[in-house]
Design a protein around this ligand. Sequence first.
Ligand code: 0L1
Ligand code: MG
Length: 261
Amino acid sequence: MALSEETIEALAAKVDEAARTTTPLTMLTAELPELTLEEAYTIQRASMARRFERGETPVGMKMGLTSRAKMEQMGVHEPIYGHLTSSMTLSDGAMIAHGDYCHPRVEPEIAFVMGEDISGTPTPQEALRAVSGVCGALEIIDSRYKDFKFTLIDVVADNASSTGYVLGTKLAHPATLELGNLGMVMSVNGQVVETGSSAAILEHPARSLAALIKMLNARGEGLKKGQVVLAGGATKAVALKPGDQVTLEVEGLGRVELGVA
Ligand code: 0L1
Ligand code: MG
């Protein structure tokens, strides 16, 4: 049975409140095991609408669960997407307070800046032609669910755990890089914690971008010029602790840094 608009709003309010107050939440599917993926994306959009009413602005999209390592870590088998808002944007070298999050993790990513609007069902090559710049990025994810445990449906409703992101300051045109195989090294406090390649992001970050556009198209939406797209993590996510200094180095794209107080 389809969920009523009232129930969608109530569930959106629940995930929004958990994110706003960093209060861990019981999985929505514990009470509503019949919740569908389609409904979860509707809850996601309704929770974003609440943020926009409070003054946050949309800045882009993220793909999640794009690498085999991440899928295995979370026990799921398909990529998902979430919305990025102005309150999630951090500058390179930013310092975050651990206490502002439920259980933050960080992952190394490749990000796109869109140079033109695009919608429909483009090939990865066509999707890439709409990109004006590529950079390295660190994404902070922070599931609002207790113990970071959830089903695919729950995490979609919770905006794919989106919490924050830092873009590298070196923006390159995609044609100038071997985008399908860039080495990526993430270190914490000077120790390498994860190494990978952009190839781990659905085999090529452009495939992730094209998959996102196709999923948005299914809801009559697309990407807009100027939007940021996080293509997805290249490795497992790493739990953050107070005092951590995180550095990501991406071949040809320089460094991205984040500190935790
Ligand atoms: O960006 C991601 O891959 C996160 C997707 C949601 C799952 C998680 O919170 O790890
Ligand atoms: Mg991610």
